[in-house]
Design a protein around this ligand. Sequence first.
Ligand code: SF4
Ligand code: SF4
Length: 337
Amino acid sequence: MLTLKFDENVCKTCPTGDCLVKCQYMNVDKDTAKEEMVKIFRGEDSFVFNDCVTCYGCEEYCKRGNHPFYLITERREEKGLLTTPRAITRQWINIGEPQGKYRLGKVKEKVLSFGFMPEFLGWVKGRLFEDVMPSFVFGQEFFCNVVYIHFANTAIIKERLPTIVDNFKKLGVKEVVFMHDECYGSFANLAPAYGIEVPFKVTHYYEYLYNRLQELKDEIRPLNIKVAYQRPCSSRLSAEKHHYVADIMKLIGVDLVEREYQDENALCCGGIFSMCFGYGLADDVQKRNIDDMAEHGAEYCVFNCPACQGTLGEKVAKRGIKPVHMIDLCKMAIGEK
Ligand code: SF4
Ligand code: SF4
């Protein structure tokens, strides 16, 4: 039985209530925030169950070691307050079910994980990856399953994640570089929150790219372009790695525009919103976000998560802003694109 680490006494003495005070989808003061989190912990009802749109933000806003979003999700699940109809949740859960159809490269002690994102099979090529490739894993057997937290389902994550950890362990790997941001967050943040031991080094691919670009420094030609960054919800689970966005941009001569919806104030791509909370919310968030990029003169929109790129890529392109994944941006800087 995996139990979430959460201390209600930490909430009672919290000086900020930032989890809900900073939430961009509710208007909550400090005292209310603290009271609601204690109520949620105790299994009582809260307006938060109705208003939370699963942006993951509060996992970043809480700096006191609690896990407000995981707690909200657990209680929603216990109360049967699902965010989508059961049939849709079941359909998604079936997609991620391990089926023995994974792909392995020539796995070494250091391996790249593509999770269950087929895009990386085509993208992870060239000089940036030549020191590790063809050491990779891909498929449901190595997919974190944390997307189901949007659907108020932690049971399936707690059931599958320990098996996924075991699948890596059986390969004898010592370090896994996660190309899927959410997989990284799962192993670096969610697993420890539930006391799941991860017996290998967990590396975010931004850190890997930054170090690799340092090695290839002589080949970098500054891009001299203005970009907006689309931060994914999953990045809230690895906020300590977010600084690599600015670090990489600086290294490759890219001007990261100072806009309203970035860093802690980032807005979601809206993909999950349209599925769980209606097109009205998705349209509003996407419009504000893209307007903000355009108003600040962004020429490119840089994506981390392929799913965000799938959701927003065409929409930013229609506004004259070129969509590009971070991997391709780095390739451009070393003349590979
Ligand atoms: S979850 Fe974190 S930020 Fe929110 S009230 Fe508790 S300690 Fe404070
Ligand atoms: S997950 Fe996002 S929407 Fe939900 S309470 Fe946390 S910050 Fe607010």
